[in-house]
Design a protein around this ligand. Structure first.
Ligand SMILES: Cc1cc2nc3c(=O)[nH]c(=O)nc-3n(C[C@H](O)[C@H](O)[C@H](O)COP(=O)(O)OP(=O)(O)OC[C@H]3O[C@@H](n4cnc5c(N)ncnc54)[C@H](O)[C@@H]3O)c2cc1C
Length: 498
């Protein structure tokens, strides 16, 4: 069997065409990498899964021009923390939960990545991986079962986006510590029933949730207090859901027809490292968590936004491999924090009468204000701040709010300026010449925008801001030497031809 080595030097293979793999593929293409996505399913899944996009993910989609295609989905400001109701309204244009079925998100991302030139191969199931870490010719060899038999191909880097039961994780033997599922929620989409909607209704014997969805199907979720999670190799039987529902609510849903059955537990595991040499992990392959409050999908999509531009720069030889370690540092810490809040939510949600006092106290804290603001910022992903090494500027490490920048030629939208996946240098029109010159030196990978000195509010007192392609502020200040170091660190050495 021959190995396909064509263009292997700059090629990135993404394993898995779920939402994270598809978003990553598009990001890699924007950064100029050659991308092949291998997906074992021959056609996209029709399974109803996550239905929520949070504000930070919607901002990222805006920065890639994906919002028009998303249309005008319903927005729901009401969220919860472990079943304790909470308003998720946040400052900014994309407040609230955007209700978009995961199938639609995947379709959108697949169209986008394909249009950008990603090569998505369906029916390819990866089953072997051999990393070769040679200094000069480092690569990874991948073996997959395909519709045309076993195929082998070579890549400079592999990213595992192959979901919670990741094959790549198993093949690399990556340590995945944490807790397996102790409790679980049974879930069923049922046609032909008419029951009242229930938001986290806690009854004597358990928790019941019911929501009528468009199309006349009702989604029910149920947990019997104290009942441990079962070892499962497939979805629960409909009778199991019916029995649990009857036990908790006294209602019989037997006249209904199950459209989709599913059980999800409170497992909480995270890779010790997201980077193993030339193999990286993103999305559910890197972290397994209960999908509480829709955070699982959003966490993974934001992994992709952090990794794509860095890996493209490294694969193209523009940046040293060390840039990939910043992905591991930054996203593992964000993941650790999100998994911790999900663990806390699982306790509050699935715990029995013993958690009532903690729930009451939390409800009081949420009503008081600052606790709500803190939790809403965390759940929406708007509070993520990456370490940048020094400096006290209020935006350092944070995402740049999506405002319109006042320039001598009119308003320039931040989201529009990030659309092509490049970095962004924002300087005051009166900034020292050296700062503006840096924008010229890195002009092949950074867009420069000069704002009017009389309207330099977006700079918060700095002469310039350097923004990464994922929208996070990497440098803010006035010192050209510090700015040069930040340019080099995040964007590599400038092209000598410029
Ligand atoms: C049944 C279910 C219900 C869920 N419900 C919710 C919810 O209500 N709310 C919420 O926020 N989240 C929910 N989630 C979680 C959410 O769907 C995930 O967080 C999200 O899909 C993660 O995206 P991903 O791309 O990392 O992984 P996935 O979406 O799992 O995609 C992984 C892809 O890799 C492919 N793959 C796997 N192995 C291989 C291989 N060896 N070779 C090639 N391809 C491979 C798979 O076919 C799949 O397409 C649910 C998940 C599941 C499984």
């Amino acid at each position: 069997m021959a190995t396909d080595t064509s263009q292997a030097a700059a090629r990135v293979v993404v394993v898995g065409a779920g939402p994270v793999g598809l978003f990553l593929a598009g990001e890699l293409r924007l950064g100029g990498a050659d991308v092949v996505v291998l997906e074992r399913l021959r056609t996209p899944t029709t399974e109803s899964r996550a239905s929520t996009l949070h504000a930070r993910t919607v901002e990222l989609f805006d920065c890639r021009g994906l919002l028009d295609a998303l249309g005008d989905p319903p927005r729901e400001p009401r969220g919860h923390f472990g079943g304790v109701p909470m308003d998720l309204t946040m400052p900014g244009p994309y407040s609230g939960q955007w209700k978009v079925p995961q199938t639609r998100t995947e379709e959108l991302l697949q169209d986008w990545a394909t249009a950008l030139g990603a090569d998505i191969r369906r029916g390819w199931e990866v089953r072997e991986l051999s990393p070769h870490d040679g200094r000069e010719d480092g690569h990874v060899e991948i073996t997959a079962d395909t519709p045309d038999g076993v195929r082998r191909l070579r890549a400079a880097y592999v990213v595992a986006c192959d979901g919670e039961d990741s094959t790549v994780r198993r093949l690399t033997g990556a340590a995945f510590p944490g807790a397996p599922a102790g409790r679980e929620l049974l879930r069923a989409d049922i046609a032909g029933i008419d029951i009242p909607n229930r938001r986290f209704e806690r009854r004597e014997h358990g928790l019941a949730i019911a929501a009528r969805m468009p199309g006349g199907v009702t989604r029910v979720m149920v947990h019997v207090f104290g009942r441990p999670a079962r070892r499962r190799t497939g979805p629960p039987a409909f009778t199991e859901v019916l029995d649990a529902w009857r036990q908790v609510t006294g209602e019989d849903l037997g006249a209904g027809r199950p459209v989709w059955l599913n059980a999800f537990g409170d497992a909480n595991q995270q890779l010790e490292r997201y980077r193993h040499g030339r193999v990286l992990f993103a999305g559910d392959a890197a972290h397994r968590q209960m999908p509480s409050g829709g955070q699982a999908l959003n966490l993974g999509l934001q992994d992709a936004a952090n990794l794509g531009w860095k890996l493209a720069a490294v694969a193209r030889g523009r940046s040293p491999q060390g840039l990939l370690d910043t992905y591991d540092d930054e996203r593992r810490e964000v993941g650790r924090r999100v998994l911790a809040n999900i663990r806390a939510q699982a306790l509050l949600l699935l715990g029995g009468p013993e958690v009532e006092a903690a729930r009451t106290l939390l409800a009081e804290l949420i009503a008081a204000g600052p606790a709500r603001d803190h939790l809403a910022a965390m759940i929406t992903g708007l509070d993520v701040r990456y370490p940048t090494g020094g400096g006290a500027h209020p935006l350092l490490g944070a995402r740049l709010p999506l405002s319109a920048l006042p320039t001598p030629d009119g308003l320039v939208e931040v989201a529009m300026s990030l659309r092509d996946g490049r970095g962004l240098l924002i300087v005051s029109d009166s900034a020292r010449a050296e700062l503006r010159w840096l924008g010229k030196v890195w002009s092949d990978r950074v867009t420069s925008v000069a704002v009017r000195p009389d309207a330099a509010e977006p700079l918060h007192g700095a002469e310039g801001l350097l923004v990464r392609p994922d929208g996070h502020v990497a440098w803010a200040g006035s010192d050209p030497w510090a700015a040069t170091a930040a340019f080099r660190h995040w964007f590599g050495r400038p092209d000598p031809g410029l």
